[in-house]
Design a protein around this ligand. Structure first.
Ligand code: C2E
Ligand code: MG
Ligand code: MG
Length: 410
């Protein structure tokens, strides 16, 4: 019996596509099965009972239309995404055909599939599965059901020591019935409905409130807040950010805004205006998930960033893959050559940390240092690191990733 509420079945005859889609889905919390065989697909549909199916329309033994017919005969209730290299009209008619047969069609994606689109569609599928509405999310923002955790960020000093210099604010929804929901489960809905604006305002306000507290405790911690494309279409956003900072008496240089490029990124002139004004106000900007296609070289070229965040998908592979090592090293150099600092996300083991340090990465985040934690735990962590003095050893607890990583003095 499968316990995970999110089960994805992928049928595609290209194993690379299966692997890539699996990696994205697993990061979103799905259990995944893949196959390139029609017979096995039918069997898995019955045994694995997926909540979402990704179906390639071009299969050697049976085409996707035949498979949709089989799913309808099996009274499949999963959400179905069709993918194909065929033009959008073919995809559209496959989707309508499925819907006419009573299947729950989630949409169609044209190959090559943008990973961000896939992430969004899988996030939507989880949302539909979880069963909360736009009104629920609106109420959650208004009534304080959202909470903000902080992912510590450590930085290297000239003498080779590392210290906790800051953190990244990550939102969670403490849903009264469903428990803690992760951002991938509700941010796509917030973006589609415009609720991302009040959500970001909440996160910003909560974060700056905590920053004030840390200052009062004598701790020097900067914080990064994630900002979606829609905020960059709003010319008043920089003023609202500086108002919040001024209200709490927090220095603007302590705030970093993390930005990715998304397909939704609207008017380039407006976003340039917004980003440049944020920089003029002394707020730092980081380009997030660099190297994934959510963030592009072109954007790096045009926008005034001070930090480049290398996506975890590269960093997690450095121990096994020469290509990943080359990519990470090159991205660190690119950041430095453009006068930016480089931060590696997804540092889960000492081996990964050693590698990224050896290629002169300035900052790291990851489960080896800590999982996202609340404000009090962050204060304790910063103090533990300060108490540990100049040398410290990170005990690798990768085998216990589910529990918190441990930091000790040598
Ligand atoms: P992100 O900005 O790239 O945030 C980093 C994500 O990687 C976090 O997931 C974090 O928990 C995870 N992570 C950190 N270290 C490791 C590691 O060593 N290994 C692995 N496998 N993962 C690690 P989280 O909290 O689920 O956030 C996911 C995404 O949701 C964020 O990606 C960000 O794009 C978005 N998000 C989170 N909070 C907000 C928010 O307040 N506003 C907006 N607009 N987006 C947010
Ligand atoms: Mg981020
Ligand atoms: Mg990131």
């Amino acid at each position: 019996m499968n316990k995970n509420a999110n089960r994805l079945l992928i049928i595609d005859d290209e194993p690379e596509i299966c692997n890539l889609f699996s990696a994205v889905a697993e990061r979103l919390g799905f259990d995944v099965r893949t196959t390139g065989e029609a017979d096995e697909f039918i069997r898995l549909n019955q045994d694995f009972d997926p909540t979402v199916v990704i179906l390639d329309l071009h299969m050697p033994q049976a085409d996707g239309i035949e498979l949709l017919r089989c799913l309808a005969d099996d009274k499949c209730r999963a959400g179905i995404l069709v993918v194909s290299g065929a033009d959008t009209r073919v995809l559209g008619s496959a989707e309508r055909l499925g819907a006419n047969r009573g299947l729950n069609m989630l949409g169609a994606m044209q190959k090559p599939v943008q990973l961000q689109e896939l992430r969004g569609k899988l996030g939507d599928a989880k949302t539909a599965q979880r069963g909360f509405t736009q009104a629920d999310l609106e109420q959650a923002i208004a009534t304080g059901q959202l909470l903000v955790l902080f992912l510590p960020k450590v930085a290297v000093h000239d003498n080779g020591d590392w210290s906790v210099e800051g953190s990244e604010a990550l939102v969670r929804w403490d849903h009264p019935k469903l428990g803690i929901l992760m951002p991938d489960e509700f941010i796509p809905m917030a973006e589609e409905t415009g609720l991302i604006k009040p959500l970001t305002a909440f996160v910003l306000n909560e974060t700056v409130t905590q920053m004030r507290r840390w200052c009062d405790l004598g701790l020097d911690i900067n914080v990064a807040v994630n900002v979606g494309a829609q905020l960059l279409d709003d010319l008043e956003f920089p003023d609202r950010v500086s108002d919040v900072l001024a209200q709490h008496g927090v220095e603007s240089s302590k705030l970093i805004l993390e930005i990715t490029e998304t397909a939704a990124m609207g008017d380039r002139q407006t976003s340039m205006d917004v980003l440049t004004r944020l920089r003029l106000k002394g707020i730092e900007l980081a380009i997030d998930d660099f190297g994934t296609g959510y963030s592009s070289l072109k954007q790096l070229f045009y926008m005034p960033f001070s930090e480049l965040k290398i996506d975890a998908s590269f960093v997690l592979e450095v121990a096994e893959s020469h290509e990943a090592r080359t990519m990470v090293e090159t991205m660190v150099q690119l950041a430095h050559n453009l006068g930016m600092s480089a931060c590696c996300e997804g540092v889960e083991t000492q081996e990964i940390w050693d590698f990224v340090a050896s290629v002169n990465c300035d900052k790291v985040q990851g489960f080896l240092i800590s999982r996202p934690i609340d404000s009090d735990s962050l204060v304790n962590l910063v103090r533990e690191w300060q108490a540990a003095g100049r040398t410290r050893k990170i005990i690798d607890v990768a085998s216990e990733r589910r529990s918190r990583s441990v930091v000790t003095a040598e």
